[in-house]
Design a protein around this ligand. Structure first.
Ligand SMILES: C[S@@+](CC[C@H](N)C(=O)[O-])C[C@H]1O[C@@H](n2cnc3c(N)ncnc32)[C@H](O)[C@@H]1O
Length: 200
């Protein structure tokens, strides 16, 4: 069931970009959510984490471990929705190998810059990072075998738009491995309008 969300989406997006520009520029800062390599290790991230450059891992801001849902196969085409500084994309790139391909999509420029720097540092050429919004993916229909995502869809009010894009870009038989924040009880109308609750 779709939930009407009376929130200023343009303002929310600009606040989210500010928050993640800061996670990108000041990774050592204490945020109200956990970040960085020690957090990824606590979550039980796979051994490929060790090969991902610090410039990405220091700004890791995932909420859980999507790799608990399984590894990827060599040759798969992967979309990392809300790829941030690139940790999951660069883990995925190791799993799918050079015959596969990874596309990381994010709307925060500073995060994308770090992800591209990290990919260059690893010498990985089968990964690309694209500036775009999850609700309007600049990707052809049926172009991915797997969607991974960590801590992103909870930040987006129009979940129907996101999932219809994910179903559009997944190839028949494709799958999703999503780590995210969910709620057990409905949030009050006042809570849904509170931008601080969305961005945190
Ligand atoms: C909590 S961070 C997680 C980043 C990354 N997945 C990780 O695990 O480190 C959320 C990311 O989602 C991105 N994001 C939020 N809303 C978005 C949207 N509507 N479209 C694209 N990216 C979005 C933010 O820019 C940020 O980089």
């Amino acid at each position: 069931m779709a939930v009407e969300v009376d929130v200023d989406v343009a303002l929310l997006k600009s606040e989210i970009k500010k928050t993640y520009a800061s996670v990108s520029a000041e990774p050592e800062k204490d945020f109200i959510f956990p970040t960085g390599g020690a957090w990824a290790e606590d979550l039980g991230y796979p051994p490929e984490l060790a090969n991902v450059p610090d410039v990405a891992v220091e700004s890791f801001a995932g909420v859980a471990n999507p790799w608990k849902l399984g590894r990827l196969e060599p040759g798969e085409r992967v979309l990392d929705l809300g790829s941030g500084a690139g940790t999951d994309s660069l883990i995925a790139a190791q799993m799918v190998g050079p015959e596969g391909h990874v596309t990381g999509v994010d709307m925060t420029e500073q995060m994308l810059d770090k992800a591209r720097t990290a990919a260059a540092e690893m010498g990985t050429t089968h990964v690309e990072f694209v500036e775009a919004e999850a609700e309007r993916l600049p990707c052809p229909d049926g172009s991915f075998d797997v969607v991974i995502s960590n801590g992103v869809i909870d930040l987006i009010p129009d979940k129907d738009a996101v999932f219809s894009e994910l179903f559009r870009v997944l190839a028949p038989g494709g799958r999703m491995q999503i780590a995210d924040v969910t709620i057990q009880r409905p949030v009050s109308e006042e809570g849904r309008r509170n931008i601080d609750l969305w961005t945190g």
